[in-house]
Write a protein that binds this ligand. Structure first.
Ligand code: G3I
Length: 393
């Protein structure tokens, strides 16, 4: 039997409910079949995702002048030798997933207003240098991952001082050792209702809309060589929300460029959903073209494919996840301004999605190129194929 058509418990409950309310015919046709038809259309059991040669992802990317890398946590890299080996083998760039945010619990960069703790991030920077990887910073200004002391310490009188001190101290510390910085992260949220699309954050409240520009100026003063990036999510699909976000991000980038702000690139996080069908390559391409026309580079900064709503069958799941990677990357890599592809993690053993988007059936999520035992999956093949088929930069 084809496992694509196996029912999950949620589907059975929903189906029984709809049968009671609307009759068997309505329930079956309106819901379950539609759901599976859409997924079926995303899956091609005959596609093998074949790749040529034995090159790693970083080697395939480098042939096209692209960079491949991944976000990893310090404690994982330190304690898991096999993960470290895979990072060395597959990646040309390393991004600390936690260690350069203001606050990540006990492992904090900014434990108190007067103290910076670079220990973990330094260890990662040294790992990168020792193994020939580029190092990338995430992130200087974000409304999340702020320390508990922030709320009672930072206010409209001292916010600019805190912003400047934080950015300059951290950016100077890594000057000459870092490829790029996510200077401002996730500053756009059209549903907050402002005409400029800015998200309502503490930084906006204290400093007004100029805080974004200010942050880039502080970063450029501290390290004139680093590539300075604005990073955001929700730019990928043909939905009204993503369309509004693309428009607002583009307007922000236009505003920044018109004021000669030292911004050099857009980071597209690209947290994709395997079951989402609203993908419009033309709209995505247009957006990338418009960004590139502002003389900005583009990095795919946090790519992964959530499989929360996909069938449990691993073969089907992996095929859909792989197809999602290949469909997306084949479009974005067509744009010459795209210079890097980073996945948010490398192996399914360590992914934020197992905590934030777990499967209802309890099966382990499989959003990344390597499985939990570091075996290459179809997603790895899909990324490899996208690099192989990409034009030279
Ligand atoms: O606070 C506790 C800490 O005390 C403890 O040591 C630790 C042990 O597990 O848990 C800590 O909380 C964690 C927190 O990060 C630390 O700040 C959460 O469990 C953890 O889930 C949390 O999530 C991270 C999140 O950013 C917030 O920083 C994710 O791992 C990380 O993948 C996620 O990354 C974000 C990017 O920065 C921006 N784009 C979206 C992306 C995914 O959400």
């Amino acid at each position: 039997m084809n496992n694509r058509f196996l029912l999950t418990r949620r589907h059975i409950i929903q189906l029984v409910f709809e049968m009671l309310v609307g009759g068997i015919g309505t329930a079956v046709t309106s819901r379950f079949i539609n759901f599976n038809n859409q997924l079926q259309a995303r899956d091609n059991p005959n596609k093998k995702f074949a790749t040529d040669g034995k090159f790693s992802l970083k080697e395939r990317a480098a042939i096209k002048d692209l960079i491949y890398g991944a976000a990893i946590q310090y404690s994982q890299l330190l304690s898991d030798r096999e993960l470290a080996n895979q990072v060395k083998c597959e990646c040309k760039m390393l991004v600390p997933e936690w260690e350069l945010k203001w606050f990540t619990g006990k492992q904090s960069l900014r434990p108190s207003p007067g103290r910076f703790d670079f220990g973990r991030a330094d260890w990662m920077a040294n790992f990168a240098k020792a193994h020939g990887l580029l190092f990338r910073g995430h992130t200087l200004v974000w409304h999340e991952a702020l320390p508990p002391w922030f709320q009672n310490t930072v206010n409209s009188q001292n916010a600019e001082q805190f912003l400047e001190e934080h950015i300059k101290t951290v950016v100077r510390h890594y000057a000459g050792k870092i490829h790029s910085w996510d200077v401002v992260n996730e500053a756009i949220n059209p549903s907050d209702g402002r005409s400029d699309g800015l998200r309502k954050t503490p930084w906006l409240k204290f400093l007004g809309s100029d805080y974004v520009e200010l942050a880039f100026r502080f970063a450029a003063e501290a390290d004139p060589q680093a590539l300075l990036v604005y990073n955001d999510f929700g730019l990928d699909y043909d939905t009204p929300e993503n369309e509004a976000k693309r428009n607002a991000v583009l307007k922000l980038l236009e505003r920044l460029k018109s004021k000669s702000t030292p911004i050099h690139a857009l980071g597209m996080q690209a947290h994709l959903q395997g079951d989402k069908t609203q993908f419009n390559s033309k709209k995505l391409k247009n957006f990338l073209r418009n960004v590139a026309a502002l003389d900005l580079k583009i990095l795919i900064t946090e790519m992964d494919v959530a499989d929360k709503n996909l069938p449990v069958d691993i073969k089907v799941r992996d095929r859909i996840v792989a197809a999602t990677y290949e469909d997306y990357l084949s479009v974005v890599l067509d744009e010459p301004a795209v210079i890097a592809v980073l996945t948010w993690g490398l192996s399914d053993r360590y992914t934020w999605l197992s905590e934030f988007q777990p499967r209802r059936d309890g099966a382990r999520v499989r959003p990344l190129p390597l499985d939990a035992n570091f075996k290459r999956k179809l997603a790895w093949n899909a990324i490899a194929r996208a690099f192989d088929n990409a034009p030279h930069r």
